[in-house]
Design a protein. Structure first.
Length: 410
Protein backbone atom coordinates (compact mmCIF):
# COMPACT_ATOMS: atom_id res chain seq x y z
CA UNK A 1 0.00 0.00 0.00
CA UNK A 2 1.19 3.46 -0.83
CA UNK A 3 -0.95 4.81 1.89
CA UNK A 4 -0.34 8.41 2.87
CA UNK A 5 3.25 8.23 1.69
CA UNK A 6 3.25 11.79 0.45
CA UNK A 7 2.05 13.20 3.75
CA UNK A 8 5.21 12.80 5.79
CA UNK A 9 7.21 14.11 2.87
CA UNK A 10 5.05 17.17 2.87
CA UNK A 11 5.56 17.64 6.58
CA UNK A 12 9.26 17.28 6.19
CA UNK A 13 9.32 20.01 3.60
CA UNK A 14 7.14 22.18 5.79
CA UNK A 15 8.86 21.66 9.09
CA UNK A 16 12.46 20.85 8.38
CA UNK A 17 13.48 22.52 5.18
CA UNK A 18 12.04 25.89 5.86
CA UNK A 19 12.51 26.37 9.59
CA UNK A 20 9.68 28.60 10.59
CA UNK A 21 8.79 29.99 7.18
CA UNK A 22 5.08 29.69 6.68
CA UNK A 23 4.58 27.40 3.72
CA UNK A 24 1.39 26.29 2.08
CA UNK A 25 0.93 22.58 1.58
CA UNK A 26 -0.72 23.37 -1.71
CA UNK A 27 -1.51 26.45 -3.68
CA UNK A 28 -4.72 27.91 -2.36
CA UNK A 29 -6.12 28.45 -5.80
CA UNK A 30 -9.86 28.34 -5.84
CA UNK A 31 -10.99 25.27 -7.68
CA UNK A 32 -12.99 25.63 -10.86
CA UNK A 33 -16.66 26.26 -10.30
CA UNK A 34 -18.50 23.00 -10.19
CA UNK A 35 -20.13 22.20 -13.46
CA UNK A 36 -23.65 21.14 -12.62
CA UNK A 37 -23.91 17.41 -13.05
CA UNK A 38 -26.54 16.11 -15.38
CA UNK A 39 -29.17 14.38 -13.32
CA UNK A 40 -28.25 10.75 -12.97
CA UNK A 41 -30.58 8.69 -15.05
CA UNK A 42 -32.26 6.56 -12.44
CA UNK A 43 -31.72 2.88 -12.90
CA UNK A 44 -34.93 0.93 -13.26
CA UNK A 45 -36.03 0.68 -9.68
CA UNK A 46 -36.91 -2.98 -9.93
CA UNK A 47 -33.28 -3.79 -10.58
CA UNK A 48 -32.17 -1.78 -7.58
CA UNK A 49 -34.75 -2.40 -4.94
CA UNK A 50 -37.14 -5.16 -5.81
CA UNK A 51 -38.82 -5.26 -2.45
CA UNK A 52 -38.25 -1.97 -0.77
CA UNK A 53 -38.42 0.83 -3.30
CA UNK A 54 -39.62 3.88 -1.40
CA UNK A 55 -42.35 6.01 -2.87
CA UNK A 56 -41.33 9.65 -3.14
CA UNK A 57 -43.71 10.34 -0.23
CA UNK A 58 -41.50 8.10 1.86
CA UNK A 59 -38.69 10.60 1.86
CA UNK A 60 -38.00 11.56 5.43
CA UNK A 61 -38.15 15.27 6.19
CA UNK A 62 -36.78 17.12 9.20
CA UNK A 63 -39.21 18.75 11.64
CA UNK A 64 -37.10 21.90 11.54
CA UNK A 65 -34.09 22.89 9.40
CA UNK A 66 -30.94 21.09 10.50
CA UNK A 67 -27.87 23.19 11.17
CA UNK A 68 -24.70 21.26 10.30
CA UNK A 69 -22.64 23.41 12.70
CA UNK A 70 -24.87 22.29 15.56
CA UNK A 71 -24.68 18.74 14.27
CA UNK A 72 -20.88 18.86 14.14
CA UNK A 73 -20.62 20.23 17.65
CA UNK A 74 -23.02 17.57 18.89
CA UNK A 75 -20.56 14.85 17.83
CA UNK A 76 -18.33 15.97 20.70
CA UNK A 77 -15.98 13.24 21.86
CA UNK A 78 -16.12 10.10 19.82
CA UNK A 79 -14.48 6.77 19.29
CA UNK A 80 -14.36 4.49 16.26
CA UNK A 81 -15.64 0.95 16.71
CA UNK A 82 -12.83 -0.17 14.41
CA UNK A 83 -11.86 -3.71 13.38
CA UNK A 84 -15.37 -5.13 13.80
CA UNK A 85 -17.89 -4.49 11.03
CA UNK A 86 -15.27 -3.39 8.51
CA UNK A 87 -13.44 -6.71 8.70
CA UNK A 88 -14.41 -8.97 5.80
CA UNK A 89 -16.67 -10.74 8.34
CA UNK A 90 -17.16 -9.47 11.89
CA UNK A 91 -14.82 -11.38 14.18
CA UNK A 92 -12.19 -12.08 11.52
CA UNK A 93 -10.08 -9.26 12.91
CA UNK A 94 -10.55 -10.46 16.45
CA UNK A 95 -13.30 -8.12 17.52
CA UNK A 96 -17.02 -8.82 17.86
CA UNK A 97 -19.10 -5.93 19.15
CA UNK A 98 -20.69 -6.59 22.55
CA UNK A 99 -23.67 -4.91 24.13
CA UNK A 100 -21.52 -4.03 27.13
CA UNK A 101 -19.21 -1.87 25.00
CA UNK A 102 -21.88 0.75 24.44
CA UNK A 103 -22.39 1.22 28.16
CA UNK A 104 -18.64 1.37 28.74
CA UNK A 105 -18.19 3.99 26.06
CA UNK A 106 -21.08 6.16 27.20
CA UNK A 107 -20.14 5.87 30.88
CA UNK A 108 -16.56 6.87 30.09
CA UNK A 109 -17.86 10.19 28.76
CA UNK A 110 -17.90 9.71 24.99
CA UNK A 111 -20.72 11.24 22.98
CA UNK A 112 -20.39 9.42 19.67
CA UNK A 113 -19.42 6.16 18.04
CA UNK A 114 -18.29 6.00 14.44
CA UNK A 115 -19.05 2.61 12.99
CA UNK A 116 -16.82 1.56 10.08
CA UNK A 117 -18.76 -0.88 7.91
CA UNK A 118 -17.65 -3.03 4.97
CA UNK A 119 -21.02 -3.17 3.20
CA UNK A 120 -19.32 -4.41 0.05
CA UNK A 121 -18.67 -7.81 1.67
CA UNK A 122 -22.36 -8.25 2.37
CA UNK A 123 -24.04 -7.21 -0.87
CA UNK A 124 -24.66 -8.98 -4.16
CA UNK A 125 -22.05 -8.30 -6.80
CA UNK A 126 -24.69 -8.07 -9.50
CA UNK A 127 -27.81 -5.90 -9.73
CA UNK A 128 -29.81 -5.33 -7.61
CA UNK A 129 -26.79 -5.43 -5.29
CA UNK A 130 -29.01 -6.45 -2.39
CA UNK A 131 -27.41 -6.10 1.03
CA UNK A 132 -27.75 -9.21 3.14
CA UNK A 133 -30.68 -8.77 5.54
CA UNK A 134 -28.92 -10.39 8.47
CA UNK A 135 -26.03 -7.95 8.10
CA UNK A 136 -28.44 -5.02 7.99
CA UNK A 137 -30.04 -6.39 11.13
CA UNK A 138 -26.62 -6.45 12.76
CA UNK A 139 -26.10 -2.78 11.89
CA UNK A 140 -29.60 -2.03 13.26
CA UNK A 141 -28.52 -3.67 16.50
CA UNK A 142 -25.40 -1.51 16.70
CA UNK A 143 -27.33 1.70 16.09
CA UNK A 144 -30.07 0.77 18.58
CA UNK A 145 -27.59 -0.13 21.30
CA UNK A 146 -25.69 3.10 20.80
CA UNK A 147 -28.92 5.14 20.89
CA UNK A 148 -30.06 3.37 24.04
CA UNK A 149 -26.91 4.64 25.72
CA UNK A 150 -27.41 8.15 24.42
CA UNK A 151 -24.58 7.96 21.89
CA UNK A 152 -24.66 9.60 18.47
CA UNK A 153 -23.83 7.23 15.61
CA UNK A 154 -21.92 7.81 12.39
CA UNK A 155 -22.20 4.90 9.96
CA UNK A 156 -19.90 4.88 7.00
CA UNK A 157 -18.88 2.74 4.03
CA UNK A 158 -15.40 1.42 4.83
CA UNK A 159 -12.90 -0.65 2.87
CA UNK A 160 -14.83 -0.70 -0.40
CA UNK A 161 -11.43 -1.53 -1.86
CA UNK A 162 -12.69 -2.38 -5.34
CA UNK A 163 -14.05 1.11 -5.96
CA UNK A 164 -10.61 2.60 -5.37
CA UNK A 165 -9.24 0.54 -8.24
CA UNK A 166 -12.21 0.57 -10.64
CA UNK A 167 -14.36 3.56 -9.73
CA UNK A 168 -16.39 3.47 -12.95
CA UNK A 169 -17.25 -0.18 -12.65
CA UNK A 170 -18.31 0.10 -9.04
CA UNK A 171 -20.30 3.31 -9.17
CA UNK A 172 -23.67 1.67 -9.78
CA UNK A 173 -23.15 -0.80 -6.94
CA UNK A 174 -21.94 1.94 -4.59
CA UNK A 175 -25.01 4.06 -5.26
CA UNK A 176 -27.34 1.05 -5.03
CA UNK A 177 -25.94 0.16 -1.63
CA UNK A 178 -26.39 3.73 -0.42
CA UNK A 179 -29.96 3.77 -1.69
CA UNK A 180 -30.69 0.72 0.44
CA UNK A 181 -28.88 2.08 3.51
CA UNK A 182 -30.53 5.48 3.29
CA UNK A 183 -33.94 3.90 2.76
CA UNK A 184 -33.58 1.66 5.76
CA UNK A 185 -32.50 4.38 8.14
CA UNK A 186 -34.39 7.36 6.78
CA UNK A 187 -36.78 7.54 9.75
CA UNK A 188 -34.08 7.22 12.40
CA UNK A 189 -33.41 10.19 14.73
CA UNK A 190 -31.16 12.91 13.41
CA UNK A 191 -28.23 11.91 15.60
CA UNK A 192 -27.53 9.19 13.08
CA UNK A 193 -25.04 10.52 10.53
CA UNK A 194 -24.18 9.03 7.14
CA UNK A 195 -20.62 9.01 5.78
CA UNK A 196 -20.62 7.89 2.15
CA UNK A 197 -17.04 6.60 1.87
CA UNK A 198 -13.99 6.22 4.08
CA UNK A 199 -10.70 7.50 2.70
CA UNK A 200 -11.21 7.50 -1.08
CA UNK A 201 -7.84 7.00 -2.80
CA UNK A 202 -5.90 5.61 -5.77
CA UNK A 203 -8.01 5.76 -8.94
CA UNK A 204 -10.83 7.40 -7.10
CA UNK A 205 -9.01 10.68 -7.60
CA UNK A 206 -10.18 14.01 -6.17
CA UNK A 207 -11.82 14.85 -9.50
CA UNK A 208 -13.64 11.55 -9.76
CA UNK A 209 -14.59 11.61 -6.10
CA UNK A 210 -16.10 15.09 -6.40
CA UNK A 211 -18.32 13.81 -9.20
CA UNK A 212 -19.32 10.77 -7.21
CA UNK A 213 -20.09 12.96 -4.19
CA UNK A 214 -22.76 14.72 -6.25
CA UNK A 215 -24.28 11.39 -7.22
CA UNK A 216 -24.26 9.81 -3.80
CA UNK A 217 -25.82 12.92 -2.29
CA UNK A 218 -28.59 12.81 -4.92
CA UNK A 219 -29.13 9.12 -4.21
CA UNK A 220 -29.37 9.57 -0.46
CA UNK A 221 -31.48 12.71 -0.65
CA UNK A 222 -34.08 11.02 -2.86
CA UNK A 223 -35.19 9.11 0.23
CA UNK A 224 -33.60 10.81 3.20
CA UNK A 225 -33.99 14.52 3.81
CA UNK A 226 -32.93 14.35 7.44
CA UNK A 227 -29.56 12.87 8.16
CA UNK A 228 -26.41 14.92 8.21
CA UNK A 229 -23.83 13.74 5.69
CA UNK A 230 -20.19 13.45 6.66
CA UNK A 231 -17.88 13.78 3.69
CA UNK A 232 -14.11 13.50 3.51
CA UNK A 233 -11.70 14.20 0.68
CA UNK A 234 -9.83 11.81 -1.60
CA UNK A 235 -6.12 10.98 -1.23
CA UNK A 236 -6.87 8.95 1.89
CA UNK A 237 -9.13 11.44 3.60
CA UNK A 238 -6.35 13.61 5.00
CA UNK A 239 -5.99 17.36 5.14
CA UNK A 240 -4.54 17.60 1.65
CA UNK A 241 -7.52 15.70 0.23
CA UNK A 242 -9.85 18.02 2.07
CA UNK A 243 -8.38 20.94 0.16
CA UNK A 244 -9.66 19.43 -3.10
CA UNK A 245 -13.09 18.34 -1.90
CA UNK A 246 -16.19 19.94 -3.35
CA UNK A 247 -19.67 19.49 -1.96
CA UNK A 248 -22.58 20.87 -3.99
CA UNK A 249 -23.78 24.14 -2.51
CA UNK A 250 -27.41 23.11 -2.44
CA UNK A 251 -26.58 20.35 0.03
CA UNK A 252 -26.78 22.31 3.24
CA UNK A 253 -26.80 19.47 5.75
CA UNK A 254 -23.22 18.24 5.38
CA UNK A 255 -20.06 18.21 7.46
CA UNK A 256 -16.54 17.88 6.09
CA UNK A 257 -14.27 15.30 7.71
CA UNK A 258 -10.56 14.55 7.74
CA UNK A 259 -8.24 12.00 9.33
CA UNK A 260 -5.02 12.84 11.11
CA UNK A 261 -2.08 10.47 11.60
CA UNK A 262 0.88 12.81 11.44
CA UNK A 263 3.73 12.12 11.65
CA UNK A 264 3.00 8.77 10.04
CA UNK A 265 6.46 7.48 10.99
CA UNK A 266 5.37 7.91 14.60
CA UNK A 267 1.69 6.87 14.52
CA UNK A 268 2.20 3.89 12.21
CA UNK A 269 5.64 2.73 13.34
CA UNK A 270 5.83 -1.02 12.88
CA UNK A 271 2.25 -1.29 11.62
CA UNK A 272 1.91 -4.53 9.70
CA UNK A 273 -0.31 -3.08 6.95
CA UNK A 274 2.03 -0.29 5.81
CA UNK A 275 5.29 -0.49 3.88
CA UNK A 276 8.50 -1.83 5.43
CA UNK A 277 10.12 1.62 5.46
CA UNK A 278 7.72 2.58 8.27
CA UNK A 279 9.09 -0.27 10.37
CA UNK A 280 11.45 1.69 12.65
CA UNK A 281 10.03 1.41 16.17
CA UNK A 282 11.10 3.41 19.18
CA UNK A 283 10.01 6.70 17.60
CA UNK A 284 8.93 8.94 20.45
CA UNK A 285 6.66 11.96 20.62
CA UNK A 286 7.61 14.71 21.12
CA UNK A 287 11.11 14.62 19.66
CA UNK A 288 14.05 15.16 19.74
CA UNK A 289 14.77 11.99 21.73
CA UNK A 290 17.40 11.77 24.44
CA UNK A 291 19.16 8.97 22.60
CA UNK A 292 19.57 9.02 18.87
CA UNK A 293 17.43 6.48 17.01
CA UNK A 294 18.91 4.54 14.07
CA UNK A 295 16.39 3.77 11.34
CA UNK A 296 16.06 0.20 10.08
CA UNK A 297 17.70 -0.74 6.72
CA UNK A 298 14.39 -0.51 4.79
CA UNK A 299 13.99 3.07 6.02
CA UNK A 300 17.55 3.96 5.00
CA UNK A 301 16.68 3.14 1.40
CA UNK A 302 14.16 5.97 1.21
CA UNK A 303 15.81 9.42 1.00
CA UNK A 304 12.99 11.45 2.57
CA UNK A 305 12.80 9.04 5.50
CA UNK A 306 16.57 9.31 6.02
CA UNK A 307 16.20 13.10 6.15
CA UNK A 308 13.20 12.82 8.42
CA UNK A 309 15.17 10.79 10.96
CA UNK A 310 18.10 13.20 10.79
CA UNK A 311 15.74 15.99 11.70
CA UNK A 312 13.95 13.82 14.26
CA UNK A 313 17.22 13.11 16.06
CA UNK A 314 18.63 16.61 16.00
CA UNK A 315 16.12 19.43 15.52
CA UNK A 316 14.70 21.36 18.47
CA UNK A 317 10.99 20.84 19.11
CA UNK A 318 10.00 23.95 17.14
CA UNK A 319 11.43 22.60 13.89
CA UNK A 320 11.21 18.90 14.63
CA UNK A 321 8.96 16.95 12.24
CA UNK A 322 7.93 14.91 15.26
CA UNK A 323 7.09 17.90 17.45
CA UNK A 324 4.06 20.00 18.36
CA UNK A 325 4.44 22.66 15.69
CA UNK A 326 4.40 20.12 12.91
CA UNK A 327 0.92 19.24 14.14
CA UNK A 328 -0.45 22.71 14.75
CA UNK A 329 0.59 23.82 11.26
CA UNK A 330 -1.32 20.95 9.72
CA UNK A 331 -4.41 21.57 11.80
CA UNK A 332 -4.32 25.22 10.83
CA UNK A 333 -4.46 24.10 7.23
CA UNK A 334 -7.51 22.01 8.05
CA UNK A 335 -9.19 25.12 9.43
CA UNK A 336 -8.37 26.96 6.24
CA UNK A 337 -9.72 24.21 4.00
CA UNK A 338 -12.85 23.94 6.14
CA UNK A 339 -13.48 27.64 5.63
CA UNK A 340 -12.94 27.29 1.91
CA UNK A 341 -15.35 24.38 1.88
CA UNK A 342 -17.80 26.48 3.86
CA UNK A 343 -18.62 23.57 6.17
CA UNK A 344 -17.96 22.57 9.75
CA UNK A 345 -15.24 19.96 10.11
CA UNK A 346 -15.05 16.74 12.06
CA UNK A 347 -11.81 14.96 12.90
CA UNK A 348 -13.16 11.49 12.20
CA UNK A 349 -10.00 9.43 12.88
CA UNK A 350 -6.74 10.00 14.71
CA UNK A 351 -4.61 7.66 16.76
CA UNK A 352 -1.21 6.07 17.29
CA UNK A 353 -0.68 2.33 16.93
CA UNK A 354 0.34 0.21 19.91
CA UNK A 355 3.89 -0.36 18.65
CA UNK A 356 4.71 3.15 19.88
CA UNK A 357 5.47 3.47 23.60
CA UNK A 358 2.42 4.28 25.70
CA UNK A 359 3.72 7.56 27.10
CA UNK A 360 4.38 8.93 23.61
CA UNK A 361 0.92 7.78 22.49
CA UNK A 362 -0.66 9.55 25.42
CA UNK A 363 1.40 12.70 24.75
CA UNK A 364 0.47 12.74 21.08
CA UNK A 365 -3.19 11.93 21.63
CA UNK A 366 -3.54 14.59 24.33
CA UNK A 367 -1.91 17.19 22.13
CA UNK A 368 -3.93 16.41 19.01
CA UNK A 369 -7.18 16.31 20.97
CA UNK A 370 -6.44 19.64 22.66
CA UNK A 371 -5.45 21.31 19.42
CA UNK A 372 -8.50 19.92 17.64
CA UNK A 373 -10.75 21.18 20.42
CA UNK A 374 -9.09 24.63 20.29
CA UNK A 375 -10.04 24.81 16.65
CA UNK A 376 -13.61 23.81 17.37
CA UNK A 377 -13.41 20.28 15.91
CA UNK A 378 -15.36 17.43 17.41
CA UNK A 379 -13.35 14.25 17.09
CA UNK A 380 -13.36 10.45 17.06
CA UNK A 381 -10.35 8.45 18.15
CA UNK A 382 -9.19 5.49 16.06
CA UNK A 383 -10.12 3.12 17.80
CA UNK A 384 -11.92 1.44 20.67
CA UNK A 385 -10.53 -2.03 21.38
CA UNK A 386 -7.98 -3.29 18.83
CA UNK A 387 -4.43 -2.27 17.88
CA UNK A 388 -4.89 1.43 18.69
CA UNK A 389 -7.29 0.53 21.49
CA UNK A 390 -8.23 3.05 24.12
CA UNK A 391 -9.89 0.04 25.74
CA UNK A 392 -7.86 -3.07 26.55
CA UNK A 393 -10.13 -6.04 25.93
CA UNK A 394 -7.72 -8.53 27.47
CA UNK A 395 -7.36 -6.60 30.69
CA UNK A 396 -11.05 -5.62 30.48
CA UNK A 397 -10.20 -2.05 31.33
CA UNK A 398 -9.49 1.32 29.78
CA UNK A 399 -5.97 2.38 28.96
CA UNK A 400 -6.31 5.16 31.49
CA UNK A 401 -3.71 7.44 29.95
CA UNK A 402 -5.37 7.32 26.55
CA UNK A 403 -8.84 7.66 28.01
CA UNK A 404 -7.82 10.78 29.93
CA UNK A 405 -6.19 12.12 26.79
CA UNK A 406 -9.52 11.78 24.99
CA UNK A 407 -11.97 12.56 27.76
CA UNK A 408 -10.20 14.96 30.10
CA UNK A 409 -11.44 15.03 33.67
CA UNK A 410 -13.19 18.31 34.30
C1 LIG B 1 -8.25 2.06 8.29
C2 LIG B 1 -7.73 1.08 9.27
C3 LIG B 1 -6.41 1.55 9.81
C4 LIG B 1 -6.52 2.96 10.29
C5 LIG B 1 -5.19 3.46 10.68
C6 LIG B 1 -8.38 3.37 8.96
O1 LIG B 1 -9.02 4.27 8.12
O2 LIG B 1 -9.48 1.65 7.82
O3 LIG B 1 -7.60 -0.17 8.68
O4 LIG B 1 -6.03 0.75 10.88
O5 LIG B 1 -7.09 3.80 9.33
O6 LIG B 1 -4.27 3.23 9.67
Amino acid sequence: MNRKRWLPLLLLVLCVGCQGTAQAPAADTPGPTRTPEPTVTPLPTDTLQPTDTPEPADRSEPDAPIDPYVQAERLGRGVNLGNALEAPREGEWGLVLQESYFALIADAGFDTVRVPIRWSSHALNEPPYTIDESFLARVDWVIENAFERGLNVVINMHHYDEIFQEPGEHEERFLAMWRQIATRYRHMPDNLYLEPLNEPHDRLTPERWNKLVVKVIDTIREVDGVHTLVIGGAEWGGIQGLSKLKIPEDETNAIGTFHFYEPFLFTHQGAEWVEDEYGTTGVRWPAPPETELTPIPAALEVPWIVQWFEAYNTQPARYNPCGPQAITKELDWAVRWGEKLGRPLWLGEFGAYSKADMQSRVNWTTFVREEAAKRGFSYAYWEFGAGFGVYDREAKGWNEGLLRALVPQE
